[in-house]
Design a protein around this ligand. Sequence first.
Ligand SMILES: NC(=O)c1ccc[n+]([C@@H]2O[C@H](COP(=O)([O-])OP(=O)(O)OC[C@H]3O[C@@H](n4cnc5c(N)ncnc54)[C@H](O)[C@@H]3O)[C@@H](O)[C@H]2O)c1
Length: 334
Amino acid sequence: MDVRIGLIGCGVMGADHAAILRAGVAGARLAAVQDADGKRARALAETLGTVAVMDEAAALIASPEVDAVLIAAPDPAHAPLVLACIAAGKPVLCEKPLADTVEGCRGVVAAEMKSGGRLVQVGFMRRFDAGYHAMRQAVERESLGAPLMLHCVHRNKVAPDYITSAQVIANSGVHEMDIARYLLAEDFAAVTVISARPSRLMPNRQPQMILLESARGVVVSVEVTPDAQYGYDVRGELVCESGTISLAPAPPVALRQAGLDGFAVEEDWRTRFGEAYRAQMVAWVHAVRGGQPAGASAWDGYMASRTAAAALEAWQAGGRVVMAPESRPDFYAV
Ligand SMILES: NC(=O)c1ccc[n+]([C@@H]2O[C@H](COP(=O)([O-])OP(=O)(O)OC[C@H]3O[C@@H](n4cnc5c(N)ncnc54)[C@H](O)[C@@H]3O)[C@@H](O)[C@H]2O)c1
């Protein structure tokens, strides 16, 4: 029997996840969709063939026709929906962040632990990217010695108008906070944020430089530029004792044209991380069907949001914020 998936939120990311399922993920099919805007849900359903359209998220989660839930609604809706999935005993893949507050993340962690089983995966899809996977293996095997520094660059072509400097840190920067913690396999102990002057093309928000210090002294630089203009560009270079390992440009071909030699730059995250989104879905379905939990857990989601909150505090106060160590509960050991 296929896992019957119910999708909540049919915007950009919801449609993208639906397209992955429509293209075929072994052992799963999209069974139902729901959106606060019923027209959006119906419009998406029309492109998908046989899927039910539900009026309410609660009805989708409770439906006997839905085995597992995919949440792609906006951030403030995440925690209440994930809690409803846990209460219904249904596995859930929730887009990042796990919740829009640290307290919200803590609430999800507490509810999942109380339920007695792992039900929650957070959509930090970069954990499924082949380049980051190779970097993580280099750390695990110490093939370049121990890590010393990690440089991360996250540039959007043009972020939506409503994105604020705080969201540049907490919403875009949180991807880097999760992937850096995943690559280094350790938590962060301190964070500092320095804002660049705003671009004259987008005076309402500032590019940010976030400096993270890991518990064992690895330093991570994170540049987040919301309006780079030329494309979506994510870079990473891990500096180790005897060499470095970097993400290579994703395109399979190089272009020479009009006096230039190089690689096309991606438009946005959906193409740059297309393979990672698909691999994330495959791993989630495998876990739902009884395999090992995969990807970012609720604990990882909590730690990412906690780091983002500390970064916001550092940005507002203009200094270095120290984060108290926290032990991962045994429940999240796998
Ligand atoms: N993993 C990634 O790389 C990545 C990239 C972009 C966005 N995201 C996350 O995905 C989520 C969705 O982002 P998006 O860009 O698709 O947004 P979007 O605005 O395009 O879509 C959100 C949809 O949810 C609907 N909605 C609003 N409130 C709802 C509710 N309470 N219940 C059900 N539906 C509701 C809206 O009508 C809209 O159709 C956000 O949490 C965002 O942070 C993740």
